[in-house]
Structure formats: structure tokens, C-alpha cells
Design a protein around this ligand. Structure first.
Ligand code: F6P
Length: 323
């Protein structure tokens, strides 16, 4: 097998803290192994438009501690078409890019699979704060986002319990409730409302608040995943029905920013290294994943077919801890 000479790296979809650590790892692993590495700006759009530049070990200095992605990112509509994929593959070939590392979520991996079919070797690295990729226990950015959410909710709690208020807090996660459930456990929520589980407002929201009050609580926290939404309306309804003053906070994009945690830096570094090594071994159409707490690689199509199930024990834990 001929040694791979030149690879590319891009970040795609929503940015996630730790993406820079993954880019840095890809670049330095490639340079260490004598492989040329090209940075592609703004995701697949940059590939289609030839927004490509040569990187070296110093191009990624001072990036490890930064949130966002220094390569910038995009959700490319053009790349979602067969013409877009063909054009991207052609541009990659013109630049001599034999293998591409794609850092992003499942939409980005569908793109990586299409590019692999068009003759460019691809390896995906999971990065999304939503942690909603079925084939991996860990996604870059999730840990940092959870810590940001934890900090924000702890602060809201300080003021809310001083006033004996109830707080409804809406967190991100797209169609998944992982951020909501983990924040519920870490911050002590009375109720966690997620898209994976049907809810009844009286039973699942009002009742824990009223019972909590009767047990002597001074603050009532409801975490709503954005996939359910409606935090403002929910707060109004709680106040109307219980008489407890209730505020609503939508945390929004603050959850996506900030310096990555140690976990996000370390796992992103490990995944970047594995991705380049996979390309060196001649692999393509693979995803770097964490399974049973080990970093390994699996087929993209198999990975995309796997669905993540919410662990009911986590929901139970949250409920019992709120007693
Ligand atoms: O996928 C990450 C995420 O932050 C989701 O939680 C959220 O639904 C979405 O991206 C927001 O996207 P945008 O930044 O394009 O508004």
C-alpha cells in the first residue's frame, strides 16, 4: 500500500468546544508522520469553494484552549446535493487531498460517506454538544456544554432560592434530551422534560413542585429540553396554577462556547490521532468512536444506523434525587 501523502481537515455543522483540540491533533499527527495537511475553512462549503490552505504544526498553536473552531464551520446546503458532492470530490483531487478528516455531527458524517463513495478517503470524528450520535458514548463538546449549563443553573438557583421562586430553564440538544437529563442530575431539578419521554404537565411538572414545597423546599427547578420547548409558557402556567413566582431562562448559544474541559481536550486529541492513523492504514468511510470507554473506529454506514436510547435509569435517578 502506498503511503498517504496529503490529507485535509474540516469542521462541519454546529461548532463544539474541543473541535480545535481535534484539528490540532490531526495536524500534528500528520506532520509528525511526514504527511502534508490542508485546512479547509467553513466546512464542506470551503471544500466546494476551494477555501483551502496549507497547515503546519505552528498553525494550531494557541488553539487548544479556545472554544469554537478556528477553521470555522457551516451547514452546507450545496453539499447536500449530488452535484455538490461531485464538485467537492473534484476540488479535493485538484488539491491532492487523498484523505479527509471530518469533525462534526451525523449530518457531516452522511457527507463523509458520500465523499468516500466519490473516491476521497474519509474519517469522521464526532463533535456535537447534543451527544446524540448513536454509535459513540462520547461526542466532543458535550462535557464542556454540560459544565456551562451547570454553572448557569447553579447561579440561577442562588437567586431563585433567595426569593423562593421556581425556575424553568431551557437547554439545547436539538431532538435529544441528554443535556437536560444530565443537568437535571447535576443541578438537582424537580422536573426534567425531554423529547424522548411524553409528559403530562400536571403530573410531571406541577406535582413535583407542589410536593417539593410541602416537603419544605425553597426553590423549584424545571429543566426543559429545546426539543420540547415552550419554557416561557410553562413558567407562566406554573405561576398561575401554584402561585409561586416563576422565571424562565433560555440558555441558548452560551452553551456552545467557552474553553473546552479537560475531557474534551484529551478525547479530542485522542480521536484526532486515531483518525490520521486510520487514514495511514488505508481505511476510509470510518468513524472514530468511544465504545466501552475505548476509542476505536467503525464503518460510517453502520454507525449512522445506530440509534441512541435514553437510559431510563438516569431519569429515575433524577426523580429520586429531587426528593
Ligand atoms: O447541534 C448543536 C446545536 O447547538 C443544537 O443543540 C441546536 O438545536 C442547534 O445546534 C442550534 O443551531 P444554530 O447554531 O444553527 O442555531
Amino acid at each position: 500500500m502506498e503511503k498517504i501523502k496529503k490529507i485535509g481537515v474540516l469542521t462541519s455543522g454546529g461548532d463544539a468546544p474541543g473541535m480545535n483540540a481535534a484539528v490540532r491533533s490531526v495536524v500534528r499527527t500528520a506532520v509528525y508522520n511526514g504527511i502534508e495537511v490542508m485546512g479547509i475553512r467553513k466546512g464542506y462549503n470551503g471544500l466546494i469553494n476551494g477555501d483551502i490552505f496549507e497547515m503546519n504544526a505552528r498553525s494550531v498553536s494557541e488553539t487548544l484552549q479556545r472554544g469554537g473552531t478556528v477553521l470555522q464551520t457551516a451547514r452546507s446546503k450545496e453539499f447536500a446535493t449530488p452535484e455538490g458532492v461531485a464538485r467537492a470530490a473534484e476540488i479535493a483531487k485538484i488539491f491532492g487531498i487523498e484523505g479527509l478528516v471530518v469533525i462534526g455531527g451525523d449530518g457531516s458524517f452522511r457527507g463523509a460517506r458520500d465523499l468516500a463513495k466519490a473516491g476521497i478517503r474519509t474519517i469522521g470524528i464526532p463533535a456535537t454538544i447534543d451527544n446524540d450520535i448513536g454509535c459513540t458514548e462520547y461526542c466532543i463538546g458535550y462535557d464542556t456544554a454540560l459544565n456551562t449549563v451547570k454553572d448557569a443553573i447553579d447561579k440561577i438557583r442562588d437567586t431563585a432560592s433567595s426569593h423562593e421562586r421556581s425556575s424553568v430553564i431551557e437547554v439545547m440538544g436539538r431532538d435529544a434530551g441528554y443535556i437536560a437529563v444530565m443537568a437535571g442530575i447535576a443541578c438537582g431539578a424537580e422536573a426534567v422534560i425531554i423529547p424522548e419521554k411524553k409528559f403530562d404537565f400536571d403530573e410531571d411538572v406541577l406535582r413535583p413542585i407542589i410536593e417539593g414545597k410541602n416537603r419544605g423546599k425553597s426553590h423549584y427547578l424545571v429543566i426543559v429540553a429545546e426539543g420540547v420547548g415552550g419554557a416561557l409558557e410553562m413558567a407562566e402556567e406554573i405561576e398561575k396554577r401554584t402561585g409561586i413566582e416563576t422565571t424562565a431562562t433560555i440558555l441558548g448559544h452560551i452553551q456552545r462556547g467557552g474553553s473546552p474541559t479537560v475531557d474534551d481536550r484529551v478525547y479530542a486529541s485522542e480521536m484526532g490521532l486515531k483518525a490520521v492513523e486510520a487514514l495511514m492504514e488505508g481505511k476510509s468511510n470510518r468513524l472514530i468512536v468511544m465504545q466501552d470507554h475505548k476509542i476505536t473506529d467503525i464503518d460510517i454506514d453502520e454507525g449512522l444506523a445506530m440509534k441512541k436510547e435514553m437510559n431510563p435509569d438516569l431519569i429515575r435517578l433524577c426523580k429520586i434525587m429531587s426528593w
